[in-house]
Design a protein around this ligand. Structure first.
Ligand code: GLN
Length: 304
């Protein structure tokens, strides 16, 4: 199996040539365009780690379903979905368009930037420090990695340059979809995007969801229902305006990030983590998507 997985990684590594690493957030441009890593952990504990599986990168949008789970734990499903919807947009992940043009002005879903900022605003805590600490501890717990930390340079870089996200946060605040202050929501959001992980960390979180919200020691951290919400939004919106095509090509609930990560969940079977920093025009890891398509075909992993 390891040999077979290695051959899939090597086959797809060249596809990175067709993409580009993100450079709109200072620091991300330093990634090696040709890196490709894969980690798989089955629910029986078998682990496969190939290529650049232990290279650190910032989690970026892969953080969104994780924050969503803690927001629901903190406030319940009804309140969370009164602030953010659950429908795909068909627009880019950072689009402001539908916020302004749709009548309700409610962000469409928690996997795009607007909806994720509204979700970050829902993390409970006396102040921003406590809010982010609670969130970071939740990431550490479900990744079973107590050493997770933020990359401070990437955080400060995005805080300084993230004006489109800032515009959306203030707009949503004006429309009543941000609990608390817009700047506080942004601080939590920029920090969560800057958490450094490896493909292996993402695999652990995928495995947690594959087990329906249960850690490998058997501890239940979120309900089946909350895990189901995260997986459902991943398959419908997790690859932004590429989600429909990805559902057909791969058919595995997945969440991408512009740092190059993809976290995938084969329910009841395995967690999968990918690191592939060269992105396609929609901001999804280009070689990573091709690798997951091969994996899905070869191992019959599509849920459809
Ligand atoms: N921090 C990034 C942003 O807000 C996350 C985007 C992504 O990974 N798609 O633009």
């Amino acid at each position: 199996m390891k040999k077979f997985l290695k051959s899939l990684v090597e086959k797809n590594r060249g596809i990175s040539e067709l993409g580009n690493v993100a450079n709109y957030i200072p620091g991300l441009e330093k990634s090696n365009k040709h890196a490709l890593g894969l980690c798989i952990i089955k629910t029986n504990g078998t682990i496969y780690s190939i290529g650049d599986y232990d290279v650190k990168f910032t989690i970026q949008s892969v953080s969104k379903p994780i924050t969503l789970m803690l927001a629901i734990l903190d406030h319940g499903e009804e309140h969370v979905f009164s602030k953010v919807g659950m429908e795909p947009t068909g627009d880019a992940f950072n689009s402001i368009q539908k916020l302004e043009t749709c009548k309700s002005h409610k962000p469409f879903n928690p996997m795009i930037n607007a909806g994720a900022i509204a979700t970050s605003a829902l993390i409970k805590g006396a102040d921003n420090q406590e809010r982010f600490d609670r969130l970071l501890n939740f990431f550490r717990k479900i990744s079973e990695n107590e050493t997770l930390e933020i990359n401070n340079d990437v955080y400060l870089g995005e805080k300084r340059t993230g004006n489109k996200n800032r515009a959306m946060a203030y707009f949503m605040k004006g429309e009543g979809y941000i609990d608390g202050e817009a700047e506080d929501a942004l601080e939590v959001y920029f920090k969560q995007c800057s958490i450094e992980v490896t493909a292996k960390d993402l695999t652990k979180i995928g495995l947690f969801l594959a087990r329906g919200g249960v850690m490998s020691n058997g501890e239940r951290v979120v309900s089946e229902r909350i895990a189901k919400i995260a997986k459902t939004l991943m398959i419908t919106c997790g690859m932004y305006d590429g989600s429909g095509e990805f559902a057909l090509r791969v058919g595995i609930p997945s969440k991408s990030g512009v740092g190059g990560g993809i976290m995938s969940v084969v329910p009841g079977k395995m967690g999968i983590g990918v690191f592939s920093p060269a992105l396609d025009e929609k901001g999804n890891p280009i070689a990573g998507e091709a690798l997951l398509e091969d994996l899905s075909d070869e191992l019959s992993l599509s849920i459809f």
